[in-house]
Design a protein around this ligand. Sequence first.
Ligand code: NAD
Length: 490
Amino acid sequence: MSETAPNGESRLLIDGDLVDASDGGRFDNVNPATEEVIGQTSDATAADMDRAIDSARRAFDDTSWSTDRAFRQRCLRQLHEAIVGEQELLRAELVAEVGCPVMTTYLAQLDAPLAEGLLWPAEYIDSFEWERDLPDNQNFGVPSWQKVVKEPMGVVGAIIPWNYPFEITIGKLGQALATGNTMIIKPAPDTPWNATRIGRLIAEQTDIPAGVVNVVASSDHLVGEQLVTDPRVDLISFTGSSTTGRRIMAAGAPTLKRLFLELGGKSADIILDDGDLETKMAFFGFMCMHASQGCAMLTRTLVHESRYAEAVEMAKVAMEGVTYGDPTDPGNIMGPLINATQRERVLGYVETGVAEGARLVTGGGRPAHLDKGWFVEPTLFADVDNSMRIAQEEIFGPVLVLIPFRDDDDAVRIANDSEYGLSGAVSSASEERAMGVARRIRAGTVSVNGGIYYHAASPFGGYKGSGVGRQNGREGFEQHLETKTIAGGQ
Ligand code: NAD
């Protein structure tokens, strides 16, 4: 069991120093399960962000960070060790500020990204092809050699959401630093402490030079937007909603910002007529893990019409069996939503679904037995048409929809009839058949018969409205690099 929630780090990391906001401002950190204020965080001003950008720029332009790979490798390993040293404190802190069930911290909230997120890119420094020679040529009659070299982008603005904040921060840190960039990390206002803790560890326990990483928390989204509009920032690495992603793309246009956008999803879980419905449905409740506040959650379940009625009954049992409530209880897989606004938004979607004519099978309200915290009951809709808003829009809460399909082509058509394209899943007794469907799904990750794609080496990201670019893996690494061709006369 985790330790009790510690007092969080309130200070920002700017230019190597742990500092308060320049005007002394602070904002509250609230536990979404208890609605209690658990502490405060320095509330960065525009001037603080300006200083952080200046510091990251100087660290990139004026130090050997961008070229000294061995040093970067050592620093990443140091940071990994420093975080491992506070892993249990961090676990309790994540449960307190994110409201995530502690069991998720043994998976993607903490232990899995901590195991690989910094070390994989650090190792990859050794095997990555930083330079390659092209065959000599005689263009325009001039004998020349050519070399292609990979160089860091420069200053990266990393903007983080609240749902898996540590995982996303670590993923961005590992890749941006291994490739030689400097950074400003801007955590979400709801979940700043895991990032400010990393800031303190960087300052106190690593040799990472001043300015290479800055951590700037603010309650004002526009302080984050400075990263997007400032010409001294080269790349925006953003994870969050598609709405904010669009705004960032527009705001970045005047400075032709390089963009890496990890956005929302409405991913389809396709159970073909020969799929193992019983096993799938036994795990159906897991879609409520962390109240379904995950971009790649499989929130549309597509079942062959011959087994649809049976599937609705099994899904009802599974949803009603979801254990939820106090996130510190290791038996719970679902905690609260992050804040009151999100809860109201999710409850609004339940009303929308009913008004659209979908059948509310179970859930749909606030749980009677929990008088504190921003909880919503595990909710299931059946008889859903894919054109309904509850099938098209990302709800980001424990609201799942079951949609029938006629045949494999119909399943693929429904899965792809979405503005999103983040993830998906296919189940079939025939792997070949499932693979055939998986190849036709327009999404960045697809699980076949329960396969797990999650790993620091696995590229993760979206097609269509789910984003631009990839986190993790070789593709994520290269995204932090510019390409230069140097030609020499002979
Ligand atoms: P959000 O878009 O509201 O906020 C994300 C971050 O952007 C926060 O740090 C916020 O302060 C900042 N921000 C908001 N407006 C900004 C602006 N104009 N300029 C710059 N920064 C701005 O998202 P959220 O509600 O925190 O997170 C939930 C969303 O994130 C969901 O849509 C989810 O699907 C998505 N998400 C995607 C992935 C992925 O990898 N594809 C992973 C996790 C979450």
